[in-house]
Design a protein around this ligand. Sequence first.
Ligand code: SF4
Length: 441
Amino acid sequence: MAMNIHLIAGARPFERAMKPVRWAFSSHGIANLTLPWLAGLIPPRHHVTIQDEQVAPLDLGAPMDLALITAKTCYAPRAYAVAATLRARGVPVVMGGCHASLYPDEVQGHVDSVVLGEAEPIIQQLLFDAADGCLQARYIGGAVSFDGLPLPRRDLLPKRYIIDAVHASRGCSHSCGFCCMRSVYGPGYRARPVGETIDELRGLSPYLGFHDENLVADREHARELFTAMIPLGKLWMGQASVDIMEDPELIELAGRAGCTGFLTGMETISQANLVAANKTQNDVAAYGAMIQACHEAGIAVGAAMLFGLDHDTPDSFAETVQAMHDLEVDQAYFKIVTPYPGTRYFDELAAQGRILTRDWQYYDGCFPVFEPLHLTPRQLFEGACWARQEFYRYRHVARRMRNVRRLRLPWWAQLNMNRLARDAFADGEPWGERLLQEIEA
Ligand code: SF4
């Protein structure tokens, strides 16, 4: 039986309130690939619609036979509200994604069926069951091979994006204590056949964003991919682990393949924090060499930094911002470490009585949801906000713009990225104050 299937991703209230122009040029300048990937797996006899609340208001009154909702932890409350509205209409609701994989017992109470892990292995069975009106309570997906997977249905996206998102691999070979990737994707890293990635890239925008957790996890795969990308003439960004500095030839090859920037998970300038978090592939003393090698190849470096790890103190904010200046990173993203429910990290903090809220909408890396060891929750939140404002002060942006000629990314794009990074969390700050008042009451 052909079904009218809606693939749905929700947004939080402060995101829904953003002005359309800011919205269009915020993080959503790059498409979310999850729903198009899922749509690509659905046979053409079904009619598929993508509803992404980050882009347009949801239409929950639309005719539909089945709703598939995806949600990270911070979107779980919105997903539950959407599910309740649809189920009241008699629409069967299935939920997958990070939160469903991490915390299925809770999710089960809000939907008709939960998908754990990657949906590809079970989606056909799920659709047969839905058509027959006998959805199972749980479908266990699991890690899939990338070989021969259908392409994402970008034609269903509600708007055209300036930067096309793409995947060349999935998963991660590391196991950092604060990260939920292994709980969602399982252990290990899977590379997509280079020929399939290249075929997909040919039809995409000249500007690409690789969504891989670590594009250079398998150096031989990365080498083959970058070499094949050179004739395409695309400009792109991706995420790379700090240990790429061990391979200057690979950095140089990435530059020739059109890499404009790598986002690197430096996380902290405290080696003690890295050891405690089992992020042993990072060596703080090597950050400078990695950044210099990237700059020599014309590649900008973005630093993903975390506050709130157990060795952080009130001095960590200023020391970290100063280190970012000294290292000459081109972008820095200051977040707060977040213990996602369903992970061992969450369970450990809960056992220590350090979880401060179970309101999942705050679990996005921007809010203090647990009791830090050497900081108050207020110091943690306000320190992270201060670091963002300080790093993106006009005089610092102007100084970084003087170095822009050494980079492949055009100056106007660099300037815009600084502006976006500075403003990215402005709408969330009042929410942080609201959470702090709840915690401190
Ligand atoms: S390297 Fe990155 S993606 Fe991999 S486990 Fe560590 S934080 Fe997670």
